[in-house]
Write a protein that binds this ligand. Structure first.
Ligand code: CO
Length: 210
């Protein structure tokens, strides 16, 4: 019996051969280094793979994923990825991509206990509390979760805008922050148009007065 994980090893062989067939230098070129233009902060959900849904290749997107695509400014893991991407790789765009039907967002709307994840999801509960008036006007629970998904993405983009890493980059160069939501149903990304590039009048909201 073939162990199920062998499927991955066999799949990898097909991947490597296919790439080499279309470009014999493909891996040699990739081994020289990476210069991605994008940092992607997405959900760990297996149905939202950054490269696959954006039709991009290895080397194009620097990726950080966690449950419910959170950018928590005390999370050393996220901050390390952010600093490396911004300061050293000099990415031009940072994309927070949530997705409709997110289990993390749905779990945050209940009081069930699942474990450590509930502590992590308390960050989304804060987003809910902040927007309770709007959210509780939405009777359908799935629609409410979808709106919370959008509001959560917007909040994470704001969190990124407040980091010293992003603020410092804005003093020196262009850097654009984006908030998107992917529809697992449709395969399409919705741009929430919460672009921040440090140029608009957001000083009072996001910029620290030094
Ligand atoms: Co999710």
């Amino acid at each position: 019996m073939i162990e199920s994980y062998n499927k991955l090893i066999q799949g990898n062989k097909i991947f490597a051969e296919t790439k080499k067939f279309s470009d014999p230098e493909y891996f040699k070129k990739l081994s020289l280094g990476q210069t991605p233009d994008y940092l992607w902060i997405g959900c760990s959900d297996s149905r939202v793979p950054a490269n696959e849904i954006t039709n991009t290749q290895s080397g194009e997107i620097f990726v950080h994923r966690n449950i419910a695509n959170l950018a928590i400014t005390t999370d050393m893991n996220m901050l390390s990825v952010l600093e490396y991407a911004v300061r050293y790789l000099k990415v031009k765009h940072i994309i927070v991509c949530g997705h409709y039907g997110c289990g993390g967002v749905k779990a945050s709307m209940t009081n069930e206990l699942h474990g450590l994840v509930d502590q992590w999801l308390s960050n989304i509960k804060d987003v809910y509390a902040k927007n309770a008036a709007e959210l509780e006007n939405i009777a359908d629970i799935d629609e409410r979760a979808d709106r919370l998904t959008e509001l959560n993405v917007i909040q994470q983009v704001r969190n990124l805008a407040k980091t010293t890493i992003v603020q410092r980059a804005w003093k020196e160069r262009e850097l654009h922050l984006h908030g998107w939501v992917y529809g697992i149903n449709s395969g399409l990304i919705k741009d929430l148009c919460v672009i921040h590039d440090g140029q608009e009048d957001i000083d009072a909201i996001y910029r620290y007065k030094i």
